[in-house]
Design a protein around this ligand. Structure first.
Ligand code: MGD
Ligand code: MGD
Ligand code: SF4
Ligand code: MO
Length: 737
């Protein structure tokens, strides 16, 4: 270490595990990152992504100044120029065409930044638009909907008690690569190994024999898209064999008998062909689950982004409830974060409503105030009142992450009068923007996990100020978003802190707290003062000062039971068999007889990837982190594909070509391509990613396949056909589903 090198702590923003990092800093450059052994939550764990924090932070392709389009070309501009343009354009468009003319897309990193936790709700309120789209409808919306219906609160998501459970049934998740999702747990791999060591059982349901599946006691290679059927059959077995015992939850349940009646025909025999699992296997899984001293059922991407995503998400918690594992240690519990709402007495709530409004063109019902991302392109393209004419994208790249990127790409290019992107990269989506507002690199940003702490397997809280001072000419993302709120809401030019002051005043008024409390809040910025307020009003009576005094975090203990206090249904009870679920069951029943003959596509993640935006970090590239088509040897032989051959994959939305990777880690009838690739479009600034662009798997989708209750795109179990472009004999197999 040179004489001016120092260390600073920073929670990693690159996945949901939220590991504490110790950064080595020379001058203002991050030259190293290792796990913070004293971190109360992650205790030193780190993965290769966290270790390459410095490379990401210093990526020369990162934008350092705003860009504004003049005469068709994006040019560097000052912040004032950028916000002047935004204020003028957006307010003029709203004046002329109304509020719906502005659409918003919020991408995944909003759950990983302080700004993303604090300002998007204010932006949506300032705009008053219903054209709201987020990465959730490419991801976890089915879980929100099922939680909304079951518990009356879309944010009340039970997480598996990884450290204490005796049995984990893991469905459509690969935490050894992803490090977990809707289950914030640093060192998820270590926790699975510890489960095995203490004599517990791990069962994995996945069409691929993933690294996680290799760790399991039992791996069932289910046919993709059929998890809701499997889960229904597990439920049926529990009920049929009188193994269901909700225990202390019983007094809080409504709909038990209706559920039992509805599940009666989903026998293991009835689902066996569709799932391609033996009835005995299914019965065995159900009996083990019921017999375990404690157990947690946990489903993720492979159970969400499928045709019956909401039903599968609902059944995951039905199983937790029926086995008495919901809300008990070792089962699945509701976290209580330091900025969460302080416990209230149990009382009937407002409940959760779906479809309070519908999308203009296709009439998709809203869910949690959002419309399906798959409908974004048509809302831009289709003429008429309420058409989206301007789009604000914050931390998103829907051209690659959503179905039919070519169509969205054209819609962004030809259909918009104005577009803003808040993003450090000029990516496949941002290249269409008229104004790009780049946030500073993570080392220059303060960090607090508003969203992920409420999904953590242990209650804890950590806050860190920027590790490196804001670079000359840079603007903190909290200030960027506050200015954006002001610019689009008719208050352009007002001090950014006025946004936070208003929130603080409104929060105090709503809580009936004295206004004078505002003056007691500490913090250097509006965002910090808001954090301080949330901590003070939160369940642990903490303050910002206390957090600053504990740089490695404050442990708030293991998860505790929270029912009935967490329930917000109209009845104040758990609605085991809600009406929208009942209404969707016939669709599931109709799939009972289905026995698709053709190939289906599933996704995969690589440890050294992160959706569409880490391909530009050289240290994370190469090895097995490649965009190949994985195919089982038998399918490859039948199609005349040899290792490395170019395979052409076709589906409803288009076709792509990728090198063949033959592996028996995918089951027969299934092929796999990773997402987030396809960095070949002109006008981006992604030098490393562009050199080996891969293909965009989502080009295979036309966006018409959705889970209807949640509006979530079907990204897994997509019917495809595969042909050899170069290979022994060109053969084609087309799906018949
Ligand atoms: N086929 C298929 N498609 C998928 C998936 C799949 O499994 N299969 N997964 C889906 C899932 S789960 C998700 S969450 C979505 C993600 O979809 P998106 O959110 O649209 O895509 P990301 O690739 O996460 O893009 C994040 C963007 O945020 C920018 N960014 C990074 N850090 C910051 C920051 O601090 N501030 C700001 N303002 N921007 C930042 C990055 O540069 C990048 O452009 O993709 C979905 N798409
Ligand atoms: N390294 C890395 N980590 C990440 C990300 C990343 O891109 N890279 N992205 C982050 C994000 S935004 C998210 S949402 C999380 C996601 O976290 P995970 O849900 O763990 O994501 P995946 O690794 O895609 O695992 C999904 C698994 O589902 C399987 N699958 C596909 N279809 C089906 C099906 O029909 N049934 C069943 N049972 N399984 C199926 C796939 O084979 C795959 O193994 O990861 C986060 N962490
Ligand atoms: S596991 Fe996730 S949070 Fe931890 S170092 Fe890796 S990317 Fe960062
Ligand atoms: Mo995600």
């Amino acid at each position: 270490m040179s004489h001016d090198s120092r260390t600073a702590l920073r929670v990693c923003p690159l996945c949901e595990a939220t590991c504490g990092l110790t950064l080595t800093i020379e001058g203002t450059t991050v030259t190293g990152a290792r796990g913070d052994r004293d971190d109360v939550f992650s205790q030193g764990f780190i993965c290769p992504k966290g270790a390459s924090f410095g490379g990401l932070d210093a990526d020369p392709d990162r934008l350092r100044t705003p860009l504004v389009r003049t005469d068709g070309v994006l040019r560097e501009a000052t912040w004032d120029e950028a916000f002047d343009v935004i204020a003028a354009k957006i307010t003029a468009l709203i004046d002329e065409h109304g509020k719906q003319a502005v659409g918003v897309f919020l991408g995944n990193p909003n759950v990983h930044t302080m700004a993303g936790g604090l300002y998007p709700p204010l932006l949506l309120a300032a705009l008053g638009t219903r054209n709201v789209f987020t990465a959730s409808t490419l991801d976890q919306m089915p879980k929100h909907v099922s939680s909304g219906l079951l518990f009356g609160d879309a944010q009340a998501i039970p997480v598996p008690d990884l450290d204490r459970t005796a049995h984990l049934l893991l469905i459509g998740a690969n935490p050894l690569e992803s490090n977990g999702s809707l289950c914030t747990a640093p060192d998820f791999p270590g926790k699975l190994k510890a489960l095995r060591r203490r004599g517990g059982t791990l069962t994995v349901i996945d069409p691929r024999r993933t690294r996680t599946a290799r760790l399991a006691d039992r791996h069932a290679a289910i046919r993709p898209g059929t998890d809701a059927l499997l889960l229904a059959a597990l439920t049926q077995v529990l009920l049929e064999e009188k193994l269901a015992d909700p225990g202390t939850l019983t007094e809080h349940l409504d709909g038990f008998d209706e559920l039992a009646e509805a599940m009666a025909d989903f026998t293991p025999e009835a689902v066996s062909a569709a799932c391609d699992l033996e009835p005995d296997t299914i019965r065995g899984i159900a009996r083990e689950l019921a017999a375990a001293p404690s157990a947690a059922v946990y489903g993720r991407i492979g159970s969400c982004t499928v045709e019956h995503g909401t039903l599968a998400s609902w059944l995951v918690d039905v199983l937790n409830i029926l086995t008495g594992n919901l809300d008990r240690p070792g089962g699945a519990l509701f976290p209580l974060s330091a900025t969460g709402r302080a416990p209230r007495p149990a009382a009937p709530g407002k409940g959760f409503a779906l479809g309070r409004w519908r999308s203009r063109v296709s009439g998709h019902p809203e869910a949690k105030g959002e419309l399906p991302v798959a409908a974004l392109a048509e809302e831009i393209e289709t003429p008429g009142e309420g058409r989206i004419r301007a789009l604000v994208v914050i931390a998103g790249n829907p051209v690659l992450s959503a179905p039919d990127g070519d169509r969205l790409d054209r819609a962004l290019a030809d259909g918009l009068d104005f577009m803003v992107s808040v993003d450090p990269y000029l990516n496949e989506t941002a290249r269409h923007a008229d104004v790009v507002l780049p946030p500073p690199p993570p080392s220059q940003s303060a960090h607090f996990d508003f969203a992920l702490n409420s999904l953590a397997v242990r209650n804890q809280v950590r806050y860190g100020r920027a590790a490196v001072p804001l670079e000359e000419g840079g603007m903190d993302e909290c200030e960027i978003l506050a200015r954006l709120v002001l610019a689009v809401g008719g208050n352009h030019g007002a001090p950014p802190e006025s946004v936070d002051d208003l929130v603080i005043a409104a929060t105090l008024a709503k809580a009936g707290a004295p206004e004078t409390l505002a003056a007691e809040l500490t913090g250097l910025t509006g965002a910090e003062r808001r954090l301080d307020l949330m901590l003070r009003m939160g369940p642990y009576d903490l303050t910002l000062e206390q957090l600053l005094a504990h740089p490695h975090g404050i442990d708030l203990g293991a998860l505790k039971p929270r029912v009935p206090q967490v329930l917000r249904t109209r009845t104040g009870r758990i609605e085991l068999f809600p009406e929208p679920i009942a209404a969707d069951l016939p669709r599931l029943r109709a799939s009972l007889g289905a026995r698709p003959a053709g190939l289906v596509l599933v996704g995969r993640r690589h440890l050294r990837s992160n959706n569409s935006w880490l391909h530009n970090v050289a240290a994370l590239r190469g090895g097995s982190n490649v965009c190949t088509l994985q195919i089982h040897p038998e399918d490859a032989a039948r199609l005349g594909l040899a290792e490395g051959d170019t395979a052409r994959i076709s589906a409803a939305g288009g076709e792509v070509e990728a090198p063949t990777e033959i592996t028996d880690s995918v089951r027969t009838g299934v092929v796999s391509l990773p997402h987030g690739w396809g960095h070949s479009r002109a006008g981006t600034r992604l030098t490393v990613a562009g050199a080996d662009p891969g293909v965009n798997v989502n080009q295979l989708l036309d966006g018409s396949l959705l889970d209807p209750l949640s509006g979530t795109s079907v990204l897994n179990a997509v019917p495809v056909s595969v042909t050899a472009v170069r290979g022994a004999v060109p053969v084609s197999v087309t799906s018949t589903r």
